[in-house]
Write a protein that binds this ligand. Sequence first.
Ligand SMILES: NC(=O)c1ccc[n+]([C@@H]2O[C@H](COP(=O)([O-])OP(=O)(O)OC[C@H]3O[C@@H](n4cnc5c(N)ncnc54)[C@H](O)[C@@H]3O)[C@@H](O)[C@H]2O)c1
Length: 264
Amino acid sequence: MHEGSGRSHPGTTLVTGAAGGLGRSVAVGLAARGCSVAMVDIDGKALAEAAEACRESGVQVIEIITDLTTDDGASGAIRQSVEAFGHLDILVNNAGYGTVEAFTDMTAAAWDRTLALNVKALALGCAAAGQHMKERGSGRIINVTSPASRMALPNYTAYAASKAAVDAITRAGAIALAPFGVRVNSLAPGMMDTPMQRVTEAQLAALNGREDVDAFLAERTARVPIGRRVECDEVAKGVIWLALDAPSYITAERLNFSGGLDRD
Ligand SMILES: NC(=O)c1ccc[n+]([C@@H]2O[C@H](COP(=O)([O-])OP(=O)(O)OC[C@H]3O[C@@H](n4cnc5c(N)ncnc54)[C@H](O)[C@@H]3O)[C@@H](O)[C@H]2O)c1
């Protein structure tokens, strides 16, 4: 894939958090478009199952089981994928973590875990892939952010702040790498019923003293201006568009794929 060629071709890709949720949908979708996929996750068992789904498209798939929050987690994953494929065209920084805590009960442990994955690992992944792509003169990085980054969420502050950092890193990376043919954009998904979302909404219901969890979830869904939640496969189409199809003049952009959730 070469920026400026006006056409996109299947390429070599790396997706973090590829074992489940949105990351799995993105990996499967990229494979279906003919891309080689390096799938990175801490959950080796779920990753193996997701990798099988990608292999059904007949593409090269590698599984990288790692904790991205370790010092060499993100850069090591980039290195392994370059060794396997010869080069890397696309990085999708999707892995994320969030936990619910009331503002006045926030803990150091929750902040550390959230920032280590959502901010540090993502930034170091951008740096390592950016260096490689810069040398090649092409590449695309897509960071998964959240509507939360622009909302006041007193029970979800560490997560919201971490995603505001993702937005800052996306813009900085886009400017740093623009002269070298590398594009950096982000996508903000709406509410998807993934393992992470199920856990955090159960925590939110408990914090609000709500035992009628189904009614609580329905109220939250009703707050989405489009009036429904969104499937991972649907959001993955947006990520894949940024990765393979978006015009190369687009960089530093945030694609809102949230049904108007943050009302902006
Ligand atoms: N689910 C939503 O409603 C929603 C909304 C907006 C944004 N997002 C964002 O979308 C992205 C994907 O979220 P999801 O809902 O699919 O989450 P998920 O929890 O279902 O999947 C995240 C994946 O990341 C992996 N992971 C977690 N910690 C890791 C680590 N330290 N090292 C390597 N892998 C690790 C998990 O094993 C899992 O497979 C995240 O960045 C999330 O913040 C989700």
